[in-house]
Design a protein around this ligand. Structure first.
Ligand code: ACO
Length: 337
């Protein structure tokens, strides 16, 4: 049986019933960064499209941002916290190495009947969570799921490294998935992939068992994000294009059928290249990285919520989400809204 047939012939179709997002109040502008490291607003805007990003307050953790976003998604979905059956938080910046950030979110929401766990797939995590929970709902194991992408990247950023510190920000986005009624839209196709041969291109080398946290490792900036930007850029364009094409094909769609493409928000030049290769006009590609920078797993989730709430697409229209991140990982989803 083809992958497309197996997704469409599952016992239950799965829809996105609500979305939500949250970003911290504090805005960090390019000009402020230029006062700290050797960069400029002009360089950052020309090379990335980013104008500002949000930075979480000192006592504001990933789970706090995740909870705010989750409440908004639950409210839009009309689902009470005590009725949530599954919570998956996608993050590379958990509150604590263990327990999972999803457990803190469960507690703060009062979602006492939910199973909760985290996944780590960097910027691709939210769509990994979507595929996992879609399958668990369509198989009948759960009736609904709350999926969240949440990051406090400011905590793992080397603020002395101009090649990375201008790129990242903090925030959270969430979506409620549930069994779809026959008249409702559904997630039509999903795709995810990984290339573990490219772990060296983008990582936080320290903080795990390979390079434990010691004061020497912290001083050497081994517990902050490092990236070979140019290499990552090339893979990002190719992998996102392929993943998007796969879900478009499996959902039986053509470029002209897509009301909105919501890509990972890392770099405007990457987004433009994807739009070009998919032959989707720029006005149908959602962009908000100018306001938030790259918030890793949160980025596509925040973008989905903003696109949803600002009317970038309507009920019955088709959208495509596509992401890329450390691992390297990538994923895509085609949805009839
Ligand atoms: N300000 C000024 N100059 C800078 C800055 C800066 N902030 N950063 C780098 N430069 C300099 C470099 O030193 C270099 O100078 P040189 O030519 O004298 O050596 C020059 O600018 C060009 O640097 P490049 O790295 O070649 O710039 P590039 O055009 O590739 O842009 C960028 C860099 C923005 C990082 C880009 O490569 C990119 O976006 N890559 C993909 C990132 C991505 O998609 N990440 C996704 C996953 S993130 C995750 O999973 C958490």
């Amino acid at each position: 049986m083809s992958r497309r047939m197996s997704e469409l012939s599952s016992p239950y179709q799965v829809c996105v019933a609500g979305t939500g997002s949250y970003v911290p109040e504090r805005i960090l502008t390019n000009e402020e960064l230029a006062a700290k490291v050797d960069t400029s607003d002009e360089w950052i805007v020309t090379r990335t499209g980013i104008k500002e990003r949000r930075i979480a307050a000192e006592g504001e953790f990933t789970s706090h941002m995740a909870t705010h976003a989750a409440r908004r998604a639950l409210e839009q979905a009309g689902l009470a916290a005590e009725d949530v059956e599954l919570i998956i938080v996608a993050t590379i910046t958990p509150d604590t190495p263990t327990p999972a950030t999803a457990c803190y979110v469960q507690q703060s929401l009062g979602a006492n009947h939910a199973v909760a766990f985290d996944i780590s797939a960097a910027c691709s995590g939210f769509l990994y969570a979507m595929k996992i929970s879609k399958r668990l709902i369509s198989d009948g194991a759960f009736k609904n799921a709350l999926i969240i992408g949440a990051e406090k990247l400011s905590a793992v950023t080397n603020w002395e490294d101009r090649t990375t510190c201008v790129l990242f920000g903090d925030g959270a986005g969430a979506a409620v998935l549930r069994r779809a009624e026959p008249h409702e839209g559904s997630i039509l196709a999903t795709e995810m992939g990984t290339d573990g041969n490219l772990t060296h291109l983008l990582n936080i080398p320290g903080g795990g068992t390979a390079c434990p946290i010691t004061s020497a490792n912290v001083n050497d900036h081994l517990v902050t994000l490092t990236m070979m930007g140019k290499e990552v850029f090339k893979h990002a364009v190719n992998r996102m294009k392929e993943a998007a094409e796969k879900v478009i094909d499996r959902a039986d769609l053509k470029a002209e059928d897509i009301a909105c493409v919501i890509p990972h928000q890392a770099n405007l030049r990457i987004i433009d290249a994807i739009a070009d290769r998919l032959a989707v006009p720029n006005e149908r590609v959602f962009v908000n990285l100018d306001k938030y920078g790259n918030t890793s797993a949160a980025a596509v989730a925040i973008a989905l919520d903003e696109a949803n709430r600002t009317g970038a697409f309507k009920r019955g229209e088709h959208i495509v989400l596509v992401v890329f991140g450390a691992g390297l990982t990538w994923a895509a989803a085609a949805i009839r809204w």
